[in-house]
Design a protein around this ligand. Structure first.
Ligand SMILES: [Ca+2]
Ligand SMILES: [Ca+2]
Ligand SMILES: [Ca+2]
Length: 199
């Protein structure tokens, strides 16, 4: 099997070997070949409710819920003519620095969105950051001190572009500067940068 995406007979659903394997860690761990992965999908996966392709929905409402944190989390999927958008939904708890890296060999880009008017759609002014490079390589968004709340990442393909991508997230909490010392005067008596609380 050498195509990225194809329809299997008798259904309108699509199957994508790389996406299927990347999103089913049990099969990956078992070292399934492409052919075995496809057979698994037809014989078991369909009945078990596993997706054959496209693990990230095409609207904010159908976005893939992901957890992000200090440990890098990575997701593999595909966008192109048959699936132009992949949305990811992340919830930042507290103020965070967020880094998102997109690796692809196709004309695929990403934008970070906040649905501030809460209408379930991404409006023009709700894009916080975007990768606009037409080069087909790795792209990165780095955002400092993002407020707590729900964000969406949209991964989308350029005209006539089809391809796989990996997207990686790292979020590290940022203590709001100075907020913890407001109203109190601290004294670092020995100047070592550590303040001891008196008991
Ligand atoms: Ca997809
Ligand atoms: Ca999609
Ligand atoms: Ca909106």
């Amino acid at each position: 099997m050498n195509c990225d995406l194809f329809l299997y007979s008798g259904s309108s659903s699509a199957f994508n070997i790389k996406v299927y394997l990347a999103n089913n860690s049990d099969l990956k761990a078992a070292g399934f070949t492409d052919q075995q992965a496809y057979t698994h999908f037809l014989v078991y996966g369909l009945n078990e409710g596993r997706q054959g392709s496209d693990y990230a929905g095409n609207t904010l409402e159908k976005a893939r819920n992901i957890s992000v944190g200090g440990q890098e989390t990575s997701f593999t999927d595909w966008v192109g003519n048959a699936d132009t958008n992949d949305f990811y939904k992340l919830n930042l708890v507290g103020v965070n620095n967020l880094t998102i890296a997109l690796n692809t060999f196709s004309d695929i880009n990403m934008k970070l969105i906040r649905d501030t008017n809460n209408n379930g759609a991404s409006d023009l002014e709700e894009t916080i950051a975007s990768s606009t490079s037409t080069s087909v390589s790795s792209k990165e968004l780095k955002l400092n001190s993002l407020a707590s709340g729900i964000y969406f990442l949209q991964v989308y393909s350029g005209a006539d572009a089809n391809g796989h991508y990996d997207v990686k997230f790292v979020a590290t909490p940022t203590p709001p500067s100075g907020s913890h010392i407001q109203g109190t005067k601290w004294n670092d008596a020995n100047g070592n940068g550590i303040i001891k609380l008196r008991s």
